[in-house]
Design a protein around this ligand. Sequence first.
Ligand SMILES: [Cu+2]
Length: 253
Amino acid sequence: MRTTRRIATATALAAIVGLPMAAGASAQGQDGHELTANLTQLNDSGASGTAWATVDGNKVDIKLETQGMTAEAPHAQHIHIGGKNVCPTNDQEGTGPDGALTTMDAAGQYGGVQVSLTKDPGKTDASAALDVPNFPTGESYTYSRSITVSDEIAEQISNGDGVVVAHGVDLDGSGKYDGDAKSSLDDSLPLEATAPTACGTLDVAQMTMPEGGVETGGTSTAGVEYPAAIALGAVALGLGGAGLFAARKRTNA
Ligand SMILES: [Cu+2]
């Protein structure tokens, strides 16, 4: 009798301990505070990427993985808010040389900088929009940071009103940011340093942020929908980034 009671007690304890964990996991999904963005190229940059964001109160955890960026060059990156919440298309003509799209050319579409995705210890508000030393560098990089934002910005991002824009593209193939054309944001910088290179709208998540670090992100099965998302991504790679973007928009509509 005594043994039976002990087992029953242990089972009850397990149920009690297990319950909050299960409730927490489902509540996170139902709140709709998980968002993802598929970044596709602008300015024929060849750049692409994926962003995951989770909003919890005033805290935004964001992770970004990129490919095909201008190598050995810094990439300013931000959450833009306040436009029409859309990205320009890759073939949209701008006011730069040979129709290059400048950051300001598309401000009406993706809005202005509200969060600067700098590395620690860089500031993360709009004042750090061109904090070049604190932005990630390289052809493909992974960025991850927990950022505190205002109530208003947290709500806007939660609602799917944020757009992730990465900047910096070597338009003339010289291997670095140069040329006579000046940045639309700061005329002490070349246009190439700030021209948008990839853009994606932060939509309510269809895939879960990878657990843990970069190393496990690509193969994680922690999020149930993530393996399917990888398969979708692989198909879309064959079709080109724009195909994925169009497909996602139709799915969301
Ligand atoms: Cu930006």
